[in-house]
Design a protein around this ligand. Structure first.
Ligand code: AP5
Ligand code: MG
Length: 190
């Protein structure tokens, strides 16, 4: 299974992806986690990414696409993967389509985690108290929401037009959202 988890920063993609990937025995690929690991290791990529991330901006498409090209060829991706936080621009979505076509593969689905911005901001305010992400200041969080609306939200229509979009109500508890996610896949019969 190859699927994309789409949704605003803070909608709960990472929380759900971790659990769903484990249950399905597929890889969880979070570009945000990969970039944070690069920052922590002090690699050239990390140094380039840190400033951009702390400013709430998107890292250049080319760089992210290269990361995904490489990561999806690793052994743990053979049974499939969840892309969490990628694609985030139409350009990235197009690059993903080209990559999959070249490999004679395709996406099974794209899951949109649908959550009102008010609740997203409430969850992120909470996360500030329990995690220490350097891009979690209130100002950067707001900027990330703006960039999501401008650059990522157009992907909702993009994937709806392709007939692969599933919408999951992300407003419940973690367990409720997980059940909704399972139902969305069961309905498709995979
Ligand atoms: P990334 O790490 O992808 O961050 P994001 O998309 O902004 O999303 P978050 O990780 O903040 O939220 P989430 O939806 O995963 O929610 P979570 O599960 O944590 O990206 C970071 C940066 O990297 C970007 O700004 C950009 O600079 C760069 N980047 C990454 N990918 C890129 C790309 N493709 N192109 C260019 N640049 C890229 O949940 C949020 C909080 O809510 C948590 O505290 C969680 O415990 C809690 N929570 C979750 N579910 C529930 C629930 N049901 N009820 C109550 N609380 C909940
Ligand atoms: Mg995340």
């Amino acid at each position: 299974m190859k699927t994309v988890f789409l949704g605003a920063p803070g909608a709960g993609k990472g929380t759900q992806a971790k659990r769903f990937a484990q249950a399905q025995g597929i890889a969880h690929i979070s570009t945000g986690d990969m970039l944070r690991a690069a920052v922590a290791s002090g690699s050239a990529l990390g140094l380039q990414a840190k400033k951009i991330m702390d400013d709430g901006q998107l890292v250049p498409d080319k760089l992210i696409v290269e990361l995904i090209e490489e990561r999806t060829q690793q052994a743990d991706c053979r049974r499939g993967y969840i892309l969490d936080g990628f694609p985030r621009t139409v350009e990235q979505a197009e690059a993903l389509a080209v990559m999959l076509e070249r490999r004679k593969e395709s996406l099974d689905s794209v899951v949109l985690f649908d959550l009102a911005e008010e609740e997203v901001l409430r969850r992120l305010a909470y996360r500030r108290t329990v995690e220490s992400r350097s891009d979690d200041s209130e100002e950067t969080q707001l900027k990330r929401q703006r960039i999501y609306q401008e650059q990522t939200a157009p992907l909702i229509q993009y994937y709806r037009d392709q007939g692969v979009l599933k919408v999951v109500d992300a407003a419940g508890t973690i367990d409720q959202v997980y059940s909704a996610l399972e139902q969305a896949f069961a309905a498709q019969g995979r």
